[in-house]
Structure formats: structure tokens, C-alpha cells
Design a protein around this ligand. Structure first.
Ligand code: TYM
Length: 330
């Protein structure tokens, strides 16, 4: 079975619906067809200074959200990045293959430093660690949202560079990005992506939020001065965003959702989207409570996921060490 891999950073106590629709929904779908590896990118999260106790909590909460969202840990390996130490090791090899200028051109680093964030070197080398995450598992596809596209491109470049320099050893991965849902927008600012770091609380739909509050956020979503419900991302970003959220959660093509609102207004749309979201979120939250109630079981899942991941990672690292000319340890 071909492999796929993806990860999320434990940088908040709740995933938002952008993480869910842009990535997690596809993780769940793809686990049927692929040998899947899904991890909490706790090493990446260290690029943002966080209280250790908070990081530990968020790491568990993030893993639990994968499972509550439908990832089956019996089929897919669910693990913490830091538990498979080969990630950091391959990350170093990737750093040594990357040009300084090339890394400087990565937009995430440029955006964050432009906003005055006090950047550390970890943030600078973030994409190379991410390349290591992916290349470690010979992943054929990487299901992510649109904002990760550039990271996938540098990963492909690094894989090809490695193969050219040292002989075919790494699989060049393809991004798996579903066009419509790959960029869920901020409810208050529908031309900007929904983001845990830049969105205001009213612009977000957090999966762990009180359903009444979620419904309220949806009812006060920014739309436009027109009245027609129509899927038109260019001219009607707010309305289109709501239609996409509805479409993915209700499993109905977006055009069909739009057509069902013919002759109706934005109030009707918002009400129905709120209903669809709340209906989807209730079982998710219930499952979260169960998962978080049994921390030992969650840790056991993470340990067994890491064990599975380590098997693949050790084989890849043995190959990589040999290719680049590092002596075997024994
Ligand atoms: P992160 O933690 O920021 O986001 C997790 C996933 O959610 C997607 N996403 C969105 N999709 C649609 N609309 C949005 N508004 C939205 N916001 C976020 C992201 O695209 C992502 O798929 N660098 C990664 C973590 C990572 C990783 C990896 C991913 C580390 N190593 C290897 C894949 C493979 C990140 O920060 O995602």
C-alpha cells in the first residue's frame, strides 16, 4: 500500500474548522486507501515559545482531535513527531542540502518576521524539518491545506536534489490539496484565511467551542451587500466560504447547496450552516471528552503509533546515512 503522511502543530487547544475541512477530513478519507502516518508536529511547535505544561496539554489534545475527527489509530499510525527522533536527524541532513537564499525566500518565514515576530533559527529551518517529516515515510501524497503548498514544493526540490546527488533514495511526494476546501476563510474577514494565530475569536470556528457560540459566530459572519446566495469566490468570498463549509460537512456538491438557497436570503443560509456545523461538532466533542478522560489510553495510542512510525523511519535513516557517507554506528 502506498504511504501518505501529514501533521498538525499543537499550537492551540482547539483545531479550527479550516484544519478540519482543509486537512483532517481528507486524512480520514485517505486512510482507507493508503498506509497513513499522522503526527502532532511538536518539534515544529517549539518555534513558538510556549509554556511546557501548555505544550504537553496541546499535544495530547491535538492527537485526540485527530481521532475524534475520524482517524482510526488501529489503521493509521498516530504519533508525536518528537517520539521518532529520526525526524530531527533527517532535518539536519535537509538543512545541509538547502541554500541559505532558498530558505530565506520561504513566505512563512518572511511573513512572520515581517510582522515583527522575534524569529528563532528554528523558524528559519522549519521547512527543512517538514521536508524530513515527509521524506522519512516515502509519502506519495501529503493531504494539507493551500497554505502548505510552498512547503511541499521545497520538499519536492530537496528530494530531487538528494536523489540527483546521492542516487535515487527518496520518494518525491505530491501535495493532496482539495481545491474548494483548501482555504477556509476567516468569518469576519473572508479574504483572509482562518488562522489560529491571526484570526479574531469571532472569525474562527473552533471545534472545541461551545456550540451556541459557534452558531453565533456563523450568524454574524461577514457577507456582502448583495442578497443573492451564489458560489462565487471572487465576488462573494463570505457567502462562498459558508457554502463550502456546508458542502463538505453535508456531503453535498457546493453548487447544489447554493441552488438550494434560490430565492432565500443570507439569514437562511447562516442558520442552516450553523445547524450543519453544530450537528457535525456534537459527536466530535463528545468523543473528545471520552478521549481526554483516559489519558493513559491516549498515551498508549501515541506510543504504539510511534513504534510503527519508527520502523519506517529507521529504515529510511539507514539508507540516508549510507548514501550521504556517514559511517554505520556499529
Ligand atoms: P498547521 O498546524 O498550521 O495546520 C494543519 C493543517 O490545517 C490546514 N489549514 C487549513 N486548511 C484550510 N483552510 C484553512 N484556513 C487552514 N488553516 C490551516 C493546513 O494547511 C494544514 O494541512 N507545517 C504544518 C505542520 C506540518 C506538516 C508536516 C504538515 C509539519 N510537518 C509534514 C504536513 C506534512 C502546519 O503548520 O500545519
Amino acid at each position: 500500500q502506498p504511504r501518505i503522511l501529514s501533521g498538525m502543530q499543537p499550537t492551540s487547544d482547539s483545531l479550527h474548522i479550516g484544519n478540519y475541512l482543509g486537512a483532517l477530513v481528507n486524512w480520514v478519507k485517505l486512510q482507507d486507501e493508503f498506509d497513513a502516518y499522522y503526527f502532532v508536529a511538536d518539534l515544529h511547535a517549539l518555534t513558538v515559545p510556549t509554556d511546557p505544561e501548555v505544550l504537553r496539554r496541546r499535544t495530547r489534545v491535538t492527537a485526540a482531535q485527530f481521532i475524534a475527527g475520524g482517524v482510526d489509530p488501529e489503521r493509521s499510525a498516530v504519533f508525536c513527531q518528537s517520539h521518532v527522533t529520526e525526524h530531527a536527524e533527517l532535518g539536519w541532513v535537509m538543512n545541509c542540502l538547502t541554500g541559505f537564499g532558498e530558505a530565506s525566500r520561504m513566505t512563512q518565514f518572511k511573513d512572520k518576521t515581517a510582522k515583527g515576530q522575534n524569529a528563532n533559527v528554528g523558524l528559519f529551518t522549519y521547512p527543512m524539518l517538514m521536508a524530513a517529516d515527509i521524506l522519512m515515510y516515502d509519502a506519495a501524497y501529503v493531504p494539507v491545506g493551500e497554505d502548505q503548498r510552498q512547503h511541499l514544493e521545497i520538499t519536492r526540490d530537496l528530494a530531487e536534489r538528494f536523489n540527483t546527488r546521492f542516487g535515487e533514495a527518496l520518494v518525491v511526494p505530491e501535495p493532496y490539496i482539495v481545491k474548494e476546501s483548501a482555504k477556509v476563510m476567516d468569518l469576519q474577514e473572508p479574504t483572509a484565511k482562518m488562522s489560529k494565530t491571526t484570526s479574531s475569536p469571532k472569525g474562527l470556528i473552533d471545534l472545541m467551542e461551545d456550540p451556541a457560540k459557534i452558531a453565533k459566530n456563523i450568524r454574524s459572519a461577514v457577507t456582502d451587500t448583495d442578497t443573492e446566495v451564489r458560489y462565487d469566490v471572487e465576488n462573494k468570498p463570505g457567502v462562498s466560504n459558508l457554502l463550502v463549509i456546508h458542502s463538505v460537512l453535508s456531503g453535498t456538491p457546493v453548487q447544489q447547496v447554493a441552488d438550494s438557497f434560490a430565492g432565500k436570503g443570507y439569514g437562511d443560509l447562516k442558520k442552516e450552516v450553523a445547524d450543519v456545523v453544530v450537528t457535525a461538532i456534537e459527536p466530535f466533542q463528545k468523543r473528545m471528552t471520552e478521549l481526554l478522560d483516559d489519558e493513559a489510553e491516549l498515551d498508549r495510542i501515541l506510543a504504539s503509533g510511534a513504534e510503527r512510525a519508527r520502523e519506517v523511519a529507521q529504515a529510511t535513516m539507514a539508507r540516508v546515512r549510507d548514501r550521504v557517507g556517514l559511517l554505520p554506528a556499529a
